[in-house]
Design a protein around this ligand. Structure first.
Ligand SMILES: *Cc1c(COP(=O)(O)O)cnc(C)c1O
Length: 491
């Protein structure tokens, strides 16, 4: 209404935005207050009744707009809350938030240097640094920030296919043999999604067996590669996982690299969750062999706590992404511009317009240094070990797999008193299956904490605790356990 670009809109704009900032600051500060709820949960039909969310013909006043902001945040989940453990992306970093605000204010698009000069350079600098940490000499190679790990994994599959059969770009799948990809049974579902989207088909993703800790078994990988070749299929990609989503397992990358080399198959490492450990001198050995990968997915929006979204795909061979994806749109990528065109990186992407995701990571890295990320990650791993030690022999708990967690995933069943002396039979299983969902539902209704659960294979619902929230402390872990027992003892 009276906001810019309206004539003399400066004062109204400043005071409106100041009010918005005040609302946001209050929200941010409250997020860290343990006496506030993680969520003010309402069932969808209730929440629809709580407020008038409908769009209307008539404009609202700025006062009403501010009320919309307050109401939206009132029912939002406080992802920075020290007791929010529900996802792999948790926590709210102050510098990251500032960087996100700046990014929104700059409101530009990543396709060319022309319209994103600083951001394009920062993407170049940051991706090179990440490749250095992967272990590629001098940080050489290529890469891009993509809209999440699932898309990064799909990029890897697309580029691996192009490397082997470049003609697929023009001629399509009908001109090439049946391709097959390999990944572990604990890998992320996005590998299959990528295969479906690229016309490879989910049946062509062969799931390799894992050991009891959730790590891919290399001998099974080799067996399945040979089997596929015998059938006349062409193995083109192995997607190893560094930090599986549920167990936090690291596949044996060196053994997998040897097999990929032997059979000349593209090695991708999905380090969406585990990639952050490259920042830690204490834990990076878990990714030994990653330097032999042809491509790597690494999500700074998970373990490194960068605000959503921030996911990188790194590729060892330079130029491949460009050849694979470029379409030379002449209205964007004019070849007679007056600067070095290698900085027009947009044609590497599948997207046309691309959001600026790099600035949050870059500014946080400046603020913390590598050692700051390292300290943050080491602390989360230490907390996971504290939780593991606390419950491994505690009455009423069973671990889903034995041994110290490799990542911050701690998977366990809480066994309520009524089930503790029961025989391990079907009735116990079907009752245990219901325990985690009921406790979780109660957590959300009280709004005290949130943690995830799932079944996996033949295992009934178990809790998967993950810690990526730098605000969490030992007391918050203690609280979680007390809360599970308080909410679950009558089940
Ligand atoms: C989270 C995750 C992904 C997907 O990442 P998004 O950013 O959510 O798309 C892929 N792989 C693994 C191992 C993950 O944990």
């Amino acid at each position: 209404p009276d906001l810019l670009p309206a004539c003399n809109g400066e004062i109204t704009t400043m005071s409106f935005l100041q009010d918005v900032v005040d609302i946001l600051l209050q929200y941010v500060v409250k997020s860290f207050d343990r006496s506030t709820k993680v969520i003010d949960f309402h069932y969808p039909n209730e929440l629809l009744q709580e407020y008038n969310w409908e769009l209307a013909d008539q404009p609202q006043t700025l006062e009403e707009i501010l009320l919309n902001c307050r109401t939206t945040l009132k029912y939002a989940i406080k992802t920075g809350h020290p007791r929010y453990f529900n996802q792999l992306s948790t926590g709210l970093d102050m510098v990251g938030l500032a960087a996100d605000w700046l990014t929104s204010a700059a409101n530009t698009n990543m396709f060319t240097y022309e319209i994103a000069p600083v951001f394009v350079l920062l993407e170049y600098v940051t991706l090179r640094k990440m490749r250095e940490m992967v272990g590629w000499p001098g940080g050489c190679g290529d890469g891009i920030f993509s809209p999440g790990g699932a898309i990064s994994n799909m990029y890897a599959m697309l580029i691996a296919r192009f490397k082997m059969f470049p003609e697929v770009k023009e001629k399509g799948m009908a001109t090439i043999p049946r391709l097959v990809a390999f990944t572990s049974e604990h890998s992320h579902f996005s590998v299959k999604k990528g295969a479906a989207a690229l016309g490879i088909g989910t049946d062509s993703v062969i799931l390799i067996r894992c050991d009891e800790r959730g790590k891919m078994i290399p001998s099974d990988l080799e067996r399945r590669i040979l089997e596929a070749k015998q059938k006349g299929f062409v193995p083109f990609l192995v997607s190893a996982t560094a930090g599986t989503t549920v167990y936090g397992a690291f596949d044996p990358l060196i053994a997998i690299a040897d097999i990929c080399k032997k059979y000349k198959i593209w090695m991708h490492v999905d380090g969406a969750w585990g990639g952050g450990l490259l920042m830690s001198r204490k834990h990076k050995w878990k990714l030994n062999g990653i330097e032999r990968a042809n491509s790597v997915t690494w999500n700074p929006h998970k373990m490194m706590g960068v605000p959503l979204q921030c996911s990188a795909l790194l590729v060892r061979e330079e130029g491949l992404m460009q050849s694979c994806n470029q379409m030379h749109a002449s209205y964007l990528f004019q070849q007679d511009k007056h600067y070095d065109l290698s900085y027009d990186t947009g044609d590497k992407a599948l997207q046309c317009g691309r959001h600026v995701d790099v600035f949050k990571l870059w500014l946080m890295w400046r603020a913390k240094g590598t050692t700051g990320f390292e300290a943050q990650i080491d602390k989360c791993l230490e907390l996971a070990e504290y939780l593991y030690n606390k419950i491994k022999n505690r009455e009423g708990y069973e671990m889903v797999f034995d041994g110290k967690p490799q990542h911050t995933n701690v998977c366990f069943w809480y066994i309520p008193p009524s089930l503790r002396s029961m025989e391990d039979n079907e009735e116990r299983m079907s009752r245990l299956m219901k325990v985690a969902p009921v406790i979780k539902a109660r957590m959300m209704e009280y709004g005290t904490t949130m943690v995830s659960y799932q079944p996996l294979g033949d295992k009934v619902n178990f809790f998967r605790m993950v810690i990526s929230n730098p605000a969490a402390t030992h007391q918050d872990i203690d609280f979680l356990i007390d809360e599970i027992e308080r909410l679950g003892q009558d089940l």
